[in-house]
Design a protein around this ligand. Structure first.
Ligand code: NI
Length: 191
């Protein structure tokens, strides 16, 4: 396994539409090693998720894991999940404001509106079908990661640029209200 370099905003790979992965490609040793690298790189950087184009490979694979994340202390835990060729379908039209950051957008946070409830369909790393419902803050993580596969960054989703903040200023001026807001989301959606 290897820790890869993470592409930063401005790198064209972050703006590509990533290509689908066939089950045959997915089962190759090379792709399995790549997925291990993606997980390793996410954990090394304390990410809540990481998408393949962020390590310069525009394929439709992303990994998600929230385990007492110091970057996002308010987020409920999500066990390690590998999504291949994911498809998200909003359920209902409720949305919520999600405070986001990204390993490809250094030192910036901002509020992006996200669907509150989603159906997630994908393959797992072995090619088995996944089909589940994600809600609340967890649904926000899935939308952020799948956006990467379509060449989108959270800054594209920020409706009010006045919510943008460095991490230092976030901690000083917005952490308290953001944590309260996040708790309300968790109370409403269970995650
Ligand atoms: Ni990101």
């Amino acid at each position: 396994m290897a820790i890869r370099r993470i592409a930063q905003i401005g790198h064209p790979v972050l703006r590509e539409i990533s290509r689908e992965v066939s089950v045959e490609q997915l089962r190759s040793d090379e792709m399995q090693r790549f997925i291990d690298d993606l997980i390793e790189t996410m954990r090394d950087a304390n990410g809540a998720g990481l998408a393949a184009p962020q390590i310069h490979e525009p394929v439709r694979i992303c990994v998600i894991e929230v385990r007492n994340n110091p970057r996002y202390p308010e987020r409920p835990n999500i066990p390690l999940t590998v999504l291949v060729n994911p498809r998200l379908t909003p359920i209902g039209d409720e949305r919520f404001d999600n405070y986001e950051g990204c390993l490809s957008v250094p030192d910036l946070r901002g509020v992006a509106p996200r669907h509150a409830v989603l159906r997630v369909e994908a393959l797992d790393r072995h090619g088995a079908a996944l089909d589940f419902v994600a809600r609340g803050l967890s649904a926000g993580v899935y939308q952020h990661e799948v956006d990467h596969l379509d060449g989108k960054l959270f800054v594209d989703r920020v409706v009010r640029p006045s919510t943008l903040s460095t991490w230092r200023e976030f901690e000083r001026h917005h952490q308290a209200s953001a944590t309260e807001h996040a708790r309300a989301i968790v109370a409403r959606y269970g995650s």
